[in-house]
Design a protein around this ligand. Structure first.
Ligand code: 5GP
Ligand code: ZN
Length: 112
């Protein structure tokens, strides 16, 4: 399967690693939208939030466990935002589920 983030996980495409464990990989976004912008993904391919089910939802829990570790390790003490874009209207451009962790600026709400 031709998947950009699977290629990042297996090292075929280089990335700047932030965090890794047996289930999760996190790296810096190539086009950061905040001073700290991580992409956190399950290593297993899930194409979008719409494909989460009872078999794979534990991987999403692992992503959020990793996010809390990343926040602590990087001293994101004043907060952060975790974003998942799903499908065309959600603005998803890469078909491997991923969570943006944005920090170190005051983020506006609602988003555009
Ligand atoms: P989406 O728009 O699907 O929610 O987010 C995809 C994100 O992946 C974008 O923020 C984009 O900048 C990032 N991205 C796309 N290609 C690459 C890449 O090759 N390397 C890295 N590090 N980030 C990428
Ligand atoms: Zn993939």
């Amino acid at each position: 399967m031709d998947c950009l983030f699977c290629s990042i996980v297996n090292g075929d495409i280089p990335s700047k690693k932030i965090y890794e464990d047996d289930a999760v990989y996190a790296f810096y976004d190539i086009d950061p939208q905040a001073p700290f912008h991580a992409i956190i993904i399950p290593k297993t391919h899930i194409s979008s939030a719409n494909e989460i089910n009872s078999e794979n939802s534990f991987l999403i829990a692992r992503v959020f466990e990793a996010a809390a570790k990343i926040a602590k390790e990087n001293n994101l003490d004043s907060g952060y935002r975790i974003v998942n874009n799903c499908g065309n209207d959600g603005g998803q451009t890469v078909g491997h589920i991923h969570f943006h962790l944005l920090a170190r600026r005051n983020l506006q709400w609602p988003p555009g």
